[in-house]
Unconditional design. Structure first.
Lengths: 254, 134
């Protein structure tokens, strides 16, 4: 009845717009509220427990933080147009813990575009820098040029480019075991990633987009997505353990 | 590919619906419209429908552009293979699913119901206010 009255009126269009706009706004506001509640519950139950299964000491926190900002900016990542990635640093998921007494941190990063960034600490510092990139990604390498290093493994070279200012150090760190771990992650996931080893830090940037975010109208426990989170974190932990083992066994690595 | 499909579907279906509505008015003329009763094709409705259709099409085009230009870095999601999943992960996933899926599903359902109910209430109130003002 009311619709007929409205539709017959000369003010039909303004009235319809007046009616539709607040409803849309209201719907969006309420959607945000319920969606946020749902996300919180999902993170608390699913992500917290997923993280614990990778290593009991790892802890997930759903907090707005900038704990990894300094590390992230120091790497001077560039976008596909070779421009420095700049802007406001945002992050709202943070995973951290001590694995073999070494700190491992992982966080989502929103800086121009979303990615995931991991920072792991080594037993001791090395004086040279090593960068490992997917071959197709090497165009976005930092311009502070390092030399390309030829690796013994043709299989590894097929998929990755290695850059360092010391070939010897790069070859000493990239043992068969380490390369196998990287290849395993590469084969198991389609995620683009890049690894930087600098001083006593390992940095891994996963081009994975925003993580741990679920939508109210979408399936939350997506097996494929959980698998990606699982292997990304597991890879950071395993790689750190393996490189630390190398540094322990070869004390002459500079 | 998904976004290309979305663009095509939104443009074709939206265009088809609007085209049919317009054709009905143009071809059949006022005599037919009088014949079927008081129904008349309101041009305001046509404008609203066109506006919604343009919005949907624009959204699909922007999404497709982001996707093809690489700024939407979710392309890799389609390449995830279940074959690579380890038994260790399968066990973890089973535990999570067993313990939390039910709770999350209930919460989601509740949220959707509350959301719909609130929106419906708002619609009823707005309509009532507008019609009583007349």
């Amino acid at each position: 009845m009311s619709f007929r009255l409205i539709s017959e009126s000369q003010y039909a269009l303004p009235i319809s717009i007046l009616l539709i706009s607040p409803i849309c706004l209201f719907f969006l506001c309420m959607y945000g509220k319920y969606s946020e509640q749902y996300k919180e519950t999902y993170k608390k139950h699913v992500i917290e427990n997923l993280v614990k299964t990778i290593h009991p000491s790892l802890k997930y926190e759903n907090i707005i933080n900038n704990k990894l900002e300094q590390h992230y900016r120091s790497l001077e990542y560039r976008n596909p147009n070779s421009r420095l990635v700049e802007g406001r640093f945002l992050s709202n998921d943070y995973i951290s813990g001590l694995v073999d007494e070494k700190l491992i941190e992982l966080s989502d990063v929103y800086l121009q575009y979303a990615c995931v960034f991991a920072h792991c600490t080594l037993n001791r510092g090395i004086s040279h820098e090593i960068k490992i990139r997917n071959s197709k990604n090497s165009s976005i390498l930092n311009k502070r040029m390092l030399n390309t290093v030829q690796i013994d493994s043709t299989e590894f070279e097929k998929y990755f480019d290695v850059f360092s200012d010391s070939k010897i150090t790069a070859l000493e760190i990239l043992t068969h075991d380490v390369m196998e771990e990287i290849m395993k992650f590469y084969n198991n996931s389609p995620i683009n990633f890049e690894i930087t080893i600098r001083e006593d830090n390992i940095y891994i940037r996963y081009d994975i987009g925003d993580i741990f975010e679920v939508e109210l109208f979408k399936k939350s426990t997506s097996k494929k997505m959980l698998w990606c989170y699982y292997i990304a974190l597991k890879f950071a932990v395993n790689l750190t353990l393996k490189i630390n083992k190398i540094l322990e066994s070869k004390e002459d690595i500079l | 590919m998904t976004y290309l499909k979305a663009i095509l579907i939104s443009i074709i279906s939206g265009g088809a619906v609007l085209g049919i509505l317009r054709l009905e008015e143009v071809i059949l003329g006022p005599a037919y419209l009088d014949y079927i009763g008081n129904y008349s094709f309101d041009s305001n409705l046509f404008i609203i429908l066109s506006f919604i259709w343009i919005c949907i099409s624009m959204w699909a085009v922007i999404k497709a552009w982001l996707y093809t230009s690489g700024q939407d870095n979710k392309k890799w999601k389609n390449k995830i293979s279940r074959k690579n999943m380890t038994s260790e992960f399968e066990e973890v996933y089973r535990t999570i699913k067993r313990n939390y899926t039910r709770e999350l599903s209930i919460l989601r359902l509740k949220s959707i119901i509350f959301l719909m109910r609130s929106s419906l209430n708002n619609t009823i109130v707005s309509t009532h206010v507008l019609s009583s003002n007349k």
